[in-house]
Ligand binder design. Structure first.
Ligand SMILES: Nc1ncnc2c1ncn2[C@@H]1O[C@H](COP(=O)(O)OP(=O)(O)OP(=O)(O)O)[C@@H](O)[C@H]1O
Ligand SMILES: [Mg+2]
Length: 453
C-alpha cells in the first residue's frame, strides 16, 4: 500500500472515531439535561452513557492513554473538542429559561470573538459531570487542576477567570497545536517528565535573617504592603480605575546577594507559595509547548495566589537583537509572548537578574519597583559571618570574624560556601573551626570569581 493511501485511511479512521466521540458527547449532554430538568422522573438516576469503543492503538486511543483518561476525562476531552469538530452539538446549551428569558447560569459557557457557537468553560464541564450534585462537583474539579495529566501532558487548557469571578468560569480549550498534530498523524509527544516549569522554593530562614541595606528592605516592605492591602487599595479606595492588579518587581544585583532568599522569605511572610520558573525549561526545546506550559503556570499562579519568581531573567529579557536564524526569531516571539504574559498577570511577579544593564530598557520601565541587592558592606558581612556560623558551630579561640569580614569582600552566598567548607574540615578533624580554614575558604571563593588576595 502506498504511504499516501495509508495516510488517507488513517484520516478516515480518525474521523470515524472522533465522530463517534462527539455523538457520545451529545448523548451524554442529553442524559444530563433529562436528569437536570425532569428530576422526579424515573430517569433521575440514569447513568451517563458509556464511551464508544476505540480500535487499539488508534491515534485517539493514544491520546487517551497519554492522559490516563477514564470516562470522565474522556468526556472533558470530547467537550473541549466539540467546538473544533462539531460545534452545533453544543447549541443546546443556548436554550433560554422561559421565565427569565435568559440562558441557564449553570451551563457556564462563553462567547467567542469570531466563533458564533457555544464555548464550553470549566463550569460547563462541571455541569456535565456533576449536574447540581455538589459533592460530585467537588470531585470533578480535580480533573480541572492544571497539574492533571489532561492539562500537563495533554491538550486541555483552562483559561483563568476574570477578576473575582468563579474559579471555573474560564474557557475549557483544546490546544489547536495538539489538534493539528493529531490530524496530521504526527507523533503526539508526551511532554517530558516534570514539564511543568515551576517549582516551589522554600527556606528555613526567617525575615530577620535577611541582611540588606535599609533601602532594599524598604523595597521589600513595599511589596509586602501591596500584597497585604491590595484589595483595600484597589477596591475600597477605587484605585483599580488607574492601577492594575499585577505587581512586577525587579531584583538586581550580583550573585549570592540574597535575591532568591528575599523572594522566598517574602512568600513565607505572606503565607503564599513562591514558584520559581525554570527558564531553561521554558525557552524552548519544545517549540510551541512553551506557550502552553507558561499559560498553565500563569493560570495556576492566579488561581492559587502564587508569587512567581523568574530567576536569571536576563536570559530571557535581554536586549532583543536583530536576528538571523529561525530559532532566534522563534526565541524573540517567545520573549514577546512572555513579556505580555508578565504584563497581564494580575499577581506578583518577581524577576531576578545579575545585570541590570542587560535588560531591555522598554522592559525595565514596566516594573513597579526595582530593588538593588548590593554586595554587603563590611559591617553586614560581619553579621552574615556571625549568623551563618550560628550558635552551635564550635569556633576556635583565634577565629576573628570581624577581621575576616573586613579582610574579604564576599557576598552572603560566598560566606555560606566558606562556612560550609570550614565546618566540614573541622568535623573531619574532630576540632573546632580554624581561622586558617576560613582564610583558605575565603581565598578560594575570591579566586573562583577571578580575584586574588
Ligand atoms: N542578604 C543576605 N542576607 C542573608 N543571607 C544571605 C544574603 N545573601 C545571601 N545570603 C545567603 O546566601 C545564600 C544564597 O543567596 P541567594 O541564592 O539568595 O543569592 P542570589 O542573589 O539569588 O544569587 P544568584 O544571583 O546567584 O541567584 C542564601 O540562601 C543565604 O543563605
Ligand atoms: Mg538566585
Amino acid at each position: 500500500m502506498s504511504t499516501k493511501k495509508k495516510k488517507s485511511d488513517a484520516t478516515d479512521a480518525l474521523a470515524r472515531e472522533l465522530r463517534a466521540e462527539t455523538e457520545w458527547l451529545a448523548a451524554a449532554i442529553d442524559v444530563r439535561f433529562r436528569r437536570h430538568f425532569r428530576p422526579d422522573e424515573a430517569r433521575r438516576d440514569e447513568e451517563l452513557p458509556s464511551p464508544p469503543e476505540l480500535s487499539a492503538g488508534s491515534a485517539y486511543a493514544r491520546v487517551l492513554d497519554q492522559v490516563e483518561a477514564g470516562r470522565d476525562e474522556r468526556l472533558l476531552l470530547a467537550l473541549a473538542l466539540a467546538p473544533h469538530l462539531a460545534p452545533a452539538i453544543l447549541d443546546v446549551f443556548f436554550i433560554k429559561h422561559e421565565k427569565i428569558e435568559r440562558g441557564f447560569t449553570e451551563f457556564g459557557g462563553a462567547k467567542g470573538v469570531f466563533h458564533a457557537g457555544f464555548l464550553p468553560t470549566g463550569e460547563t464541564a462541571l455541569f456535565l459531570l456533576a449536574g447540581d450534585n455538589l459533592a460530585a462537583r467537588f470531585r470533578a474539579t480535580r480533573l480541572l487542576d492544571a497539574t492533571h495529566p489532561l492539562f500537563l501532558r495533554g491538550p486541555l487548557r483552562l483559561g483563568p477567570p476574570a477578576v473575582d469571578e468563579p474559579a471555573w468560569s474560564g474557557v475549557l480549550g483544546f490546544s489547536p497545536l495538539f489538534l493539528q498534530r493529531l490530524l496530521a498523524g504526527a507523533e503526539l509527544k508526551a511532554e517530558p517528565e516534570g514539564a511543568f516549569p515551576a517549582r516551589p522554593i522554600v527556606t528555613a530562614l526567617e525575615w530577620s535573617d535577611l541582611v540588606l541595606a535599609p533601602t532594599a528592605l524598604d523595597g521589600l516592605d513595599e511589596i509586602h504592603a501591596w500584597a497585604t492591602h491590595q484589595r483595600m487599595l484597589l477596591e475600597d479606595w477605587q484605585l483599580n480605575r488607574r492601577l492594575r492588579r499585577g505587581y512586577r518587581a525587579l531584583f538586581h544585583g550580583p550573585s549570592g546577594t540574597g535575591k532568591t532568599l528575599a523572594a522566598t522569605l517574602l512568600g513565607k511572610r505572606l503565607a503564599r507559595d513562591v514558584q520559581r520558573i525554570d527558564l531553561s525549561q521554558v525557552v524552548s526545546k519544545f517549540i510551541g509547548e512553551t506557550e502552553k506550559n507558561l499559560a498553565l503556570v500563569f493560570a495556576e499562579a492566579e488561581r492559587r495566589d502564587w508569587i512567581l519568581f523568574f530567576d536569571e531573567a536576563d536570559a530571557l529579557f535581554g536586549k532583543r537583537t536583530a536576528t538571523a536564524t529561525a530559532h532566534d526569531r522563534y526565541a524573540n516571539q517567545e520573549v514577546a509572548f512572555l513579556l505580555q504574559r508578565v504584563e497581564d498577570h494580575p499577581g506578583i511577579v518577581i524577576l531576578a537578574t545579575n545585570l541590570k544593564s542587560n535588560l531591555d530598557e522598554a522592559f525595565a520601565r514596566r516594573f513597579q519597583i526595582a530593588i538593588h541587592f548590593a554586595p554587603p558592606t563590611a559591617e553586614q558581612r560581619a553579621r552574615l559571618w556571625r549568623d551563618t556560623f550560628g550558635r552551635h558551630v564550635p569556633l576556635d579561640a583565634d577565629v576573628d570574624l570581624p577581621r575576616t569580614a573586613e579582610a574579604y569582600e564576599l557576598t552572603g552566598g560566598q560566606i555560606l560556601n566558606v562556612v560550609r567548607h570550614a565546618a566540614i574540615v573541622a568535623a573531619q578533624h574532630g576540632t573546632a573551626v580554624q581561622q586558617t580554614e576560613i582564610d583558605e575558604g575565603c581565598r578560594r571563593e575570591l579566586r573562583s570569581v577571578g580575584r586574588t588576595v
